[in-house]
Design a protein. Structure first.
Lengths: 31, 198
């Protein structure tokens, strides 16, 4: 549902912090 | 420098169920209200204060007084405290580590923007092993709607860190978070599984 409402990406939790941080950096660098 | 704003319930702490149970029970205990609609996405302002205000107004026909808000909030937090003392609240997996890492990073700052009331957020984070007061924050004590809470969190982060931000990202778990981000114009990263995610 949150994807349909516009989430750029979705994670089940923060266990894969590398993947989360990579997405975060891509997102903030693109902004 | 970029700002990462975090929601708390369902994002940093596993509290959606306990929060809902205590919230609904508080309506019954304090005002005798039953049959509360617990699909929070139906409410125009999905915050503790916003939902309380809308339910109270629809049942009583007027806005709650400051004393009634305080009475409800106090009871709700007492129920949460009792529940969390019996069974400590779990963090969302990896949340505490991620927060610590981001706080020490040279590229991002952290703030909290929660639709919960401040004392309940403080209690839930403490029970889950995190510290609410480590971060600049805005909560339902500050505004009825999430958009205002997000803007205020960003303002407080700018004041605390003494800098302006090149950009902001919000991390949350609810469709109300996604809608508020769209309204404020900031990117939204979702936390969720299964049908809540997609």
């Amino acid at each position: 549902m949150i994807v349909a409402e516009g989430a750029v990406c979705v994670f089940p939790d923060f266990n894969d912090s590398d993947m989360f941080l990579r997405s975060l950096y891509e997102l903030t660098n693109a902004a | 420098m970029h700002l990462v704003m975090f929601d708390i319930d369902g994002t940093l702490t596993e509290t959606m169920n306990i929060d809902e149970e205590c919230f609904v029970r508080s309506f019954k205990d304090v005002f005798g209200f039953a049959d509360i609609d617990t699909d929070w996405s139906h409410y125009p302002r999905t915050t503790d204060y916003g939902i309380f205000h809308d339910v109270f107004t629809s049942r009583i026909g007027r806005s709650p007084t400051a004393q009634e808000v305080s009475q409800f909030r106090q009871h709700f937090i007492q129920l949460l405290a009792a529940a969390s003392s019996q069974s400590p609240i779990a963090p969302i997996a990896g949340a505490d580590r991620l927060l610590s890492g981001l706080t020490q990073s040279g590229s991002h700052r952290v703030s909290l923007a929660t639709g919960g009331w401040r004392d309940s957020a403080r209690l839930k984070m403490a029970s889950a092993g995190m510290c609410f007061d480590d971060h600049p924050a805005a909560s339902a004590d500050d505004a009825l709607d999430r958009e205002s809470i997000m803007r205020l969190s960003k303002q407080r982060a700018a004041a605390r860190y003494r800098e302006s931000f090149a950009g902001s990202v919000y991390v949350g778990d609810g469709i109300w978070d996604a809608r508020a981000c769209r309204s404020v114009g900031i990117p939204f990263i979702g936390i969720g599984r299964g049908s809540r995610a997609t």
